[in-house]
Structure formats: C-alpha cells, structure tokens
Design a protein. Structure first.
Ligand code: NAD
Ligand code: IPM
Ligand code: MN
Length: 359
C-alpha cells in the first residue's frame, strides 16, 4: 500500500480548524482507496513566533523537504505584522520550494450559491494559473530615510523570461488538457506597466505559437475583474501575475459562493520540492475559535493534494462529495447561509465521500 508523508501546518485562526476537517475527509477514504496518509504536524505560526521570535525554525525548509506534500491552513493576524508572518512562512515556502504555479480552480456547484443573477450550476468552471514565485511578490526593494520627510519606499516587480515563460507554458498545457473551452486569457496591464506587462504579453504571444489549438486573448486586469462579473461563463483558463492572480482569486472565490469554498495548490511541477496545498482564504480572525468556518476550501485543497500524489480516484471522490453536499443543501455553514458548524460540514463530507468510495 502506498503511504504518503504529509507535513501539516495548521497555522493561525481558522487554519487548524479547517485542516482538521480536511484530514477527516481524507482519512475516511484513504484505506478504501488503497493508500495511507502519515501526518506530521508542525506548530508553526503566530503563536510560535511569540515564543520563539520566528514563524518557523531557520531550518524549516530542510525539515519540510522530505515530505511528499505540505498541507497548510492559514497564517497571519495574531499579533504579528502580516508582512513578517506571511513573509517568513507562506511566502518563504512558496519561493524557497520554487512553487511557481499557484493553481486556483473555481466551479459553481449549486446555482443559488452564485451572487450573480442568471448563472446556472456548472456554468462557471475556470481556473486561475497564478505566477507564484516572482512578479510583484519578488521581495525586492527597500526603505530609506525612514521617519523623515525624505522617506522613500521602493518595491520592485521582477519578471524574468524564465519565470514568465514557464508559467505561460503551464497555463497553455493545462488549457489543452482540460475539458474546457480551450480558451486562455492573460490578465495584463500593459497600458500602464510599460515594461513588465508589455514583456508579459510578448512572452504570451511567443508561447502561444506552440499552441495553435488554444484560443488566446489578453485583457487589462481592470476590465477583467468587471468581465468576470458580467460573463464568468466565458472564461476557461486565466493566467495572471502574482499580485493580479491574488486579487482575481478572491473574486472568483466569491463567484462560486464564498471565499470559504476556494482552494489552491502551490506547485513545483518538476517535483524537486514538495508542493503545498491550502485554502485561498486567510486566518479569518473575525470568526476564529467559533467552530463556524467553512472547511470546504481546505477539503478541496486536500483533493488537489491527493490528485498531485497520483490518487485520482480519491481526489475525484472528494470533489464528488463537495458537489453532492453543496447541491443537497442540507448542511451549510454560515457563509453559505446555513447554520452547520465546521465539524458538521466535515462529517457530512466524510460520510458522503465514504459512500461514493464504496460505489
Ligand atoms: P480572510 O480570508 O482571513 O477573511 C476575509 C473574510 O472572509 C472574513 O470575513 C472571513 O470571516 C471570511 N472567511 C475566510 N475564510 C472563511 C471560511 N473558511 N469560512 C467562512 N468565512 C471565511 O482575509 P483577511 O481578513 O484579509 O486576512 C486575515 C489574516 O489572514 C491576515 O493576517 C492576512 O494576511 C492573512 N491571510 C493569510 C492567507 C494564507 O495564509 N494563505 C490568505 C489570506 C490572508
Ligand atoms: C493568498 C494570500 C497571500 C498572497 C498573502 C497572505 C501573502 O492572500 O494566498 O491569496 O497574497 O498570496
Ligand atoms: Mn489572497
């Protein structure tokens, strides 16, 4: 029986709450699906910082390197400035493990979950391929003359040919192999960012020559956020820079009903390093500790993790369970207008997944 070693970093706020449910659902089906999951839990996050002065140990990446995957809840918001908490943990792992693809799928599973009028179930089915290792998040810059009238802050976006080309190729390949519309949209802003975004479009068009079967278009990101509301059905694969992808994916999360539903995978496609799977949302301090967070984003991220590990059947079953529970509509957390707790939602998903696994 295959056995996978998973590093579990619950993190802060609702992070540990939602991961508990993700593990519950995976554990419900693992044996039936013929594999085992071996979790090792790491207490890293803001509370760890208060005690140790760092979000994770200096050798954190060495520790994580030997795992098959990393399952992360959420980081930030509990007495540690965000740029420190996220920079020292989440962004350090994404960059350090060259997880340059951030894959964020969106599907409308039940019509009434969509905040828009006239959009039917399954009509929204898109994926954002977000560049995850450079761009606006390159961590290049500095501050001078702090606290004086001459103060200067510089944050430089870095777009390399290697980094831009590889994310474009990944997006095109994904588009080619998806059961979608074979339509790739690039988020751009070349009207204002005359260096980076003009380059981004040039690389897009160069790479596009190798994919004549894919319909390619590019849209300034301001128009794109509007069009995603006007006609979300039109989109298939969207490729975006790090910052644009971040912003777009909170929007696409809302289109499917709630940020609590959205999942993401931080992937190192070459598998030189472990990939990391997490819900899109943050630590949600406003609802943390109440047991009411929606765990579906975390469960969906778990399904993406199993798919990455080669457990296609189990991944499909988990997605089937999410779809069925959302469509039946009996068990819904507060963000979806219901009153189920985080654990009740996890129980419902685990029961449904077990049922589907036995079919
Ligand atoms: P957030 O995603 O934590 O919350 C935004 C809103 O969505 C809140 O109203 C929250 O209650 C709601 N929400 C989030 N997850 C939910 C869930 N599972 N179920 C139901 N409702 C949910 O964003 P924020 O408030 O801007 O950030 C809070 C902290 O999290 C900050 O420190 C931020 O930097 C951090 N953050 C971390 C990550 C990450 O770890 N990947 C992602 C985003 C934000
Ligand atoms: C996300 C988050 C992170 C990001 C933050 C917390 C650094 O918003 O994963 O979407 O911007 O990538
Ligand atoms: Mn975000």
């Amino acid at each position: 029986m295959d056995s996978y070693r998973i590093a579990v970093i619950g993190g802060d706020g609702v992070g540990p709450e939602v991961l508990t449910e993700g593990c519950k659902v995976m554990d419900a089906i693992a044996e039936l699906a013929g594999f085992a999951l071996e979790y090792e839990r790491f207490p890293w996050g803001c509370a760890y910082y208060q005690e140790h002065g760092e979000m994770m140990p200096q050798n954190g990446l060495d520790v994580l390197q030997d795992f098959d995957a990393i399952y992360l809840g959420a980081i930030g918001g509990f007495g540690v400035p965000d740029h420190i908490s996220l920079g020292d943990l989440l962004l350090r792992i994404r960059r350090g493990f060259d997880q340059y693809v951030n894959l964020r799928p969106t599907r409308l599973m039940a019509e009434e979950l969509c905040p828009l009028k006239g959009v039917s179930q399954d009509e929204i089915d898109l994926v954002v391929v977000r560049e995850n290792a450079e761009g606006e998040y390159a961590h290049a810059g500095g501050r001078l003359y702090q606290g004086t009238p001459n103060e200067v802050a510089v944050q430089t976006a870095i777009f390399t040919r290697r980094g831009t080309e590889r994310i474009m190729r990944y997006a095109f390949d994904l588009c080619r192999h998806r059961d979608g519309k074979k339509r790739l949209t690039a988020a751009t802003k070349s009207n204002a960012n005359a260096f980076t975004m003009v380059f981004w479009e040039e690389v897009l068009q160069e790479v596009a020559r190798d994919y004549p079967d894919i319909e390619v278009n590019w849209t300034h990101v301001d128009a794109l956020v509007m069009n995603l509301i006007r006609k979300p059905q039109w989109y298939d694969v969207i490729v975006a820079s790090n910052l644009f992808g971040d912003i777009l994916t909170d929007e696409t999360a809302a289109l499917q009903g709630s940020l609590g539903l959205a999942a993401g995978a931080n992937i190192n496609p070459e598998r030189r390093f472990p990939s990391m799977f997490e819900p899109v949302h943050g630590s949600a301090p406003d609802i943390a500790g109440q047991g009411i967070a929606n765990p579906i984003g975390a469960v969906w991220a778990g399904a993406m993790m199993l798919e990455h590990l080669g457990e296609q059947k189990a991944a499909q079953v988990m997605m089937g369970a999410i779809e069925a529970v959302l469509r039946e509509g009996q068990v819904r957390t507060a963000d979806l207008g219901g009153n189920a707790s985080t654990a009740e939602m996890g129980d419902a998903l685990a029961a449904k997944a077990t049922e589907l696994m036995k079919d």
